[in-house]
Design a protein around this ligand. Sequence first.
Ligand SMILES: C[S@@+](CC[C@H](N)C(=O)[O-])C[C@H]1O[C@@H](n2cnc3c(N)ncnc32)[C@H](O)[C@@H]1O
Length: 449
Amino acid sequence: MKIHVLQKEVIDFAKGLLNEMIAEKLDVENPSFDPSNPICIADLGCSVGPNTFYAVNNIIEAIELKYKSNPQTPSFHVFFNDHTTNDFNTLFKTLPTNRKYFAAGVAGSFHRRLFPNSTLHFVHCSAALHWLSEVPKELKDRNSLAWNKGSVLHTSPVKEVREAYSAQFRKDMEEFLSGRAQELVRGGLMVLIVQGLPDGVLLSETTVGMGFCVLASCLDDMAKTGVVSAEKVDSFNLPFYHPSSKELRALIETNGYFHVERIEKLSTPWRHETPDLQLVGMHLRAVIGGLIEEHFGDEILDDLFQRHIKKLGESAFIYDEKYRKEANYFVFLKRKGVVSAEKVDSFNLPFYHPSSKELRALIETNGYFHVERIEKLSTPWRHETPDLQLVGMHLRAVIGGLIEEHFGDEILDDLFQRHIKKLGESAFIYDEKYRKEANYFVFLKRKVA
Ligand SMILES: C[S@@+](CC[C@H](N)C(=O)[O-])C[C@H]1O[C@@H](n2cnc3c(N)ncnc32)[C@H](O)[C@@H]1O
């Protein structure tokens, strides 16, 4: 099976969950999702296709379904992102001709900001987040406890090596999540498909981890026969990290910008198939060939990958299903700013609107004043059609501070936009018969005794 075919299967398995979660979590009442504006989708780490086209198509179909009962369906703008070195020409040449979206490319690392504030509605990122922005420096430092001599990944029994990899992943994810948090609208959605490990399982206990140990031993053999220098081998490490679902959840929660709506391990039926070693070799070469070439030069590529396939074929683990424990996690996140039910339940405004009878009664009970006059003031504007923008501005000026104090400032725009929108759709706001509020003029005189 070709590399992109395997990953396409993962995207296919995620499709059911994607439909379910979009149906449940996309809020078409959220003004940011108003169908008169385009829905902006970004696929981060898109590569050259075609998987990105399937993923984008799945997302658009699920969103369209959500707007089915709406008189208007939105248009879609899709941004394809990958490193500047990605072959965007191939991607744009092979864009599906029957696509239902406008397409644009955005080149650069997703560990940085890629889009202006609040411009995306949906972010997708599959099989890319395990790529670290860099190899942790201490892995190459002979004087560090995390010196990763003899390994090329976090397969080493040395805990400092795993910690260095895990710390780099945490840092990268923090940048990734914080960047996306600025770019997504409030209530915006994000799907991550992350290559990881089951909780409590080490990479060295899996087929993938053992396969990389075999690769490290091939490099070691080549160093012993002088094909490559030992120093070059000792300083080579791959920039990949495979987190557990617990780790993923913890770091998303620590980041704090997103609600974790779902984390689920996707099914991987190919784990029951006997691996085709030629394909495994091709797959690995497609993924790490560039990194090997960059570090050792291209002259070792054929030799290294041939040795690797040979050694894999001689290893019992590669045929043993029990080691195929790697996990693909489906992670569905929603940008916070849409508030918790608990917060809503505990929010009340400190206002009260008395009747004139109530006012009179309590002044009289107090006893210090003569009530000289209580009169309802005329409110000629009750006959005017309300200007909803003004109503909104007025309300925000009055209660904005209280809302901010209770919910935080990030919900203010969203809340008041929703409010104006809903008011505009309500019949009562245009119906004079409900404008019964009274402004009372109360004139009191201090009693003499
Ligand atoms: C294995 S491919 C996945 C392609 C596609 N998303 C899929 O699921 O089939 C991983 C892609 O992520 C890209 N990638 C890795 N790190 C990235 C980063 N920091 N910024 C943007 N793209 C990145 C790689 O260049 C590569 O094209």
